[in-house]
Design a protein around this ligand. Structure first.
Ligand SMILES: Cc1cc2nc3c(=O)[nH]c(=O)nc-3n(C[C@H](O)[C@H](O)[C@H](O)COP(=O)(O)O)c2cc1C
Length: 181
């Protein structure tokens, strides 16, 4: 099968995830390539297209949202799959609503329709000291809004990684199985 993986990233962890998934497709005997959405790749002529982004405030980066919206007709001709890369991968429930996890992918799945065969939130990475000032401020505002103690904030600001190649390969295997059926 001919598979294209397109990713959006701000700090590089989604690029790492996308390349690991792509590597597994190639090891499975598929013709696979991996491209940054910033290159505005042509998406015609593929059997499957995987779309992924770092998660910011429960959403894909705007460049990936715009890419999906602008190329929706072409994307719907292929089978598609989605992944987000985040520091909280599971869904959680608060005040009557579910947040996070694959719930965050629903809006994109709704655009892509029934040929969107798989979706997961995969572990990312965050190194607070390396973030742009605007992102540091956004995070600090968020930590205040959820009333984190100074100690909890300091823990969150430690370099943290959830990057996991095995998890990425398992997702690649799930996609390959979905494409067969
Ligand atoms: C401003 C900001 C907002 C974030 N929002 C979320 C979020 O809503 N949920 C989450 O699980 N992780 C969140 N993260 C963590 C990122 O999703 C994580 O660091 C991811 O690996 C970044 O991907 P990238 O390196 O490809 O840009 C946020 C990080 C920053 C800096």
């Amino acid at each position: 099968m001919k598979i294209l993986t397109i990713y959006a990233t701000r700090y590089g962890s989604s690029a790492t995830v996308a390349h690991w998934i792509n590597e597994r497709f190639i090891l499975g005997g598929h013709t696979a390539e991996c491209v940054n959405v910033a290159e505005n790749p042509e998406c015609g002529g593929y059997d499957a297209i995987l779309l992924g982004s770092g998660i910011y405030s429960h959403k894909f980066l705007s460049e990936m949202e715009q890419y999906i919206a602008s190329n929706i007709d072409e994307l719907m001709l292929a089978k598609t799959a989605l992944f987000g890369v985040a520091m909280r991968t599971e869904t959680f429930f608060r005040r009557g609503n579910a947040y996070g996890g694959t719930v965050m992918l629903e809006r994109y799945g709704a655009m892509l329709g029934q040929r969107c065969v798989a979706g997961r939130i995969l572990g990312g990475e965050m190194i607070f000291e390396k973030l742009a000032e605007t992102d540091k401020h956004r995070l600090e505002k968020f930590y205040h809004s959820i009333a984190l103690s100074e100690a909890e904030q300091a823990t969150r600001k430690n370099p943290r990684t959830l990057l996991n190649k095995q998890q990425c390969w398992e997702f690649a295997e799930e996609i390959i199985n979905c494409l067969k059926s």
